[in-house]
Design a protein around this ligand. Structure first.
Ligand code: FER
Length: 278
């Protein structure tokens, strides 16, 4: 009897202290494979007037099957990496396949997903030296373009909900750093924030989140995932450590044998999309 009580106690301690990192469960087989016979969403290109950059800028937009339904939709802003543009997710991640499958299985709230170009400068192609200072800086400038130009455009032209609890931001690598920087820096705008394999553009933790208490109260989900073989894992690790030290709930998902690639990012999109807006 005493022994049973001890085992139960030890188990509870383990559960409590395991904190953010849950036991890793891979996403289900086939989650990113095209399925026949299910309703399909649509991907279109949009163009919005950017006062920040002074040009018209392109973005891709996923609308779910059944759109428009007469209802309003929540919106996920999904950001690319340093070598990509607005088409990177579509080319490498099959986001429409992942989202259609999630919807067909009733695992996701119908949502609109906007995939912008996060390099906010006149020539926003991923050519030449992608690590040029002005190109890297343009990833920071995108905060203004997103908040002042793109989000207002989406909210004016699509049937979307416009409160913070119906806006999410997530991205891969440079886009992961952007998502953490912009999401945590604008808690009035975003309630759901995810960084997949976030890059060194991620602000140092104390700068990223100077007021952990506020974040704790306002965030609906803070998601950090990374492959264990990714050279950039230190960024995710130090962020998660700071969050744990400051009592900010978050998911910290480390992908076993995970590299800096779309295998990790597809998993990130699947897991993040099924967790938000509910
Ligand atoms: C860096 C290493 C990687 C960096 C950015 C990256 C700005 C981005 C990688 C990616 O987006 O895949 O030092 O500095």
């Amino acid at each position: 009897m005493k022994r049973t009580a001890l085992v139960i106690f030890a188990f509870m301690v383990l559960v409590i202290y395991s904190g953010a990192q849950q036991a890793y469960q891979p996403s289900p087989a086939g989650f990113d494979q095209v399925r026949s016979g299910i309703p399909k969403g649509k991907i279109d290109t949009i163009s919005y007037d950017s006062e920040t950059v002074g040009v018209h800028r392109k973005a891709l937009i996923y609308t779910p099957p059944g759109y428009p339904s007469g209802e309003t939709y929540p919106v996920l802003y999904l950001l690319h990496g340093i070598g990509g543009d607005e088409k990177e997710w579509l080319n490498g991640g099959d986001p429409h396949v992942i989202l259609d499958n999630l919807l067909a299985d009733g695992k996701m709230v119908p949502m609109i997903v906007v995939m912008p170009n996060g390099r906010a400068m006149k020539d926003d192609r991923a050519g030449g030296n992608i690590f040029d200072r002005e190109k890297v800086e343009a990833f920071a400038t995108f905060e203004k373009d997103l908040l002042n130009d793109l989000i207002p455009y989406i909210e004016k032209n699509f049937p979307v909900r416009t409160d913070r609890e119906n806006r999410a931001i997530a991205g891969l690598s440079m886009g992961g750093g952007q998502s953490l920087n912009f999401g945590l820096g604008n808690l009035d705008t975003f309630a759901w924030v995810g960084g997949f394999s976030s890059a060194p553009n991620t602000k140092p933790p104390a700068e990223l989140l100077p007021d952990p208490q506020k974040a704790k109260e306002m965030l609906k989900l803070l998601w950090i995932s990374c492959g264990d073989k990714d050279n950039l894992i230190r960024m995710s690790q130090r962020t998660s450590e700071y969050l744990t030290e400051n009592g900010v709930p978050h998911v910290y998902r480390i992908i076993p044998d995970g590299q800096h690639d779309f295998k990790v990012w597809r998993d990130g999109l699947y897991q993040f999309a099924k967790s938000i807006f509910k």
